[in-house]
Design a protein. Structure first.
Length: 158
């Protein structure tokens, strides 16, 4: 019996380690990595240079969804690297996978807020990744809802 492709839905706060894990996990398993940050930047939308307004985000999600759908339809599994900070966003992608006859797994990177804040401050000095403006970061932290139905929980080391 051939296994159907799986959509791995990453979940966690910015700077929690989602991208680090996603890159490694997708490479080790030869899964397609779809990163919301990579898509955003490929469209010329940068935190510091372009206003990330609703219209821009709509385009980002349109491209993300196209990439996920086309990859799953080709029979390949996908690791979707994004905060997926609330139940609605995670549910959307679970339903998308299900509509294509695929399975989904939520992978929650559970990192203490103190560690996240330290990583964010370190990033300001060396810009290993795009720096998220304070208002966007705070909004994400305030609206983040940890998943109750996570299939995998990875607790980041302090």
């Amino acid at each position: 019996m051939v296994n159907s492709p799986t959509l791995f839905i990453m979940c966690g706060l910015p700077y929690s380690g989602k991208t680090f894990f996603s890159k490694r996990f997708s490479a080790e398993n030869r899964y397609r990595l779809v990163s919301i940050d990579d898509v955003r930047e490929s469209l010329g939308i940068f935190w510091s240079k372009t206003d990330t307004d609703a219209q821009n985000w709509q385009e980002v999600f349109r491209v993300v969804d196209e990439l996920i759908v086309s990859t799953l339809k080709q029979g390949e599994s996908v690791v979707y690297d994004s905060a997926n900070q609330d139940e609605a966003s995670r549910s959307k992608y679970r339903k998308l996978a299900e509509s294509l006859g695929c399975s989904s797994k939520i992978v929650f990177i559970d990192t203490p807020i103190e560690v996240i804040q330290e990583r964010r401050l370190d990033n300001q000095g060396n810009l290993v990744r795009a720096h998220i403006p304070q208002e966007h970061f705070e909004s994400t932290v305030q609206t983040f809802v940890p998943p109750k139905d996570a299939d995998v929980i990875i607790r980041a080391a302090e």
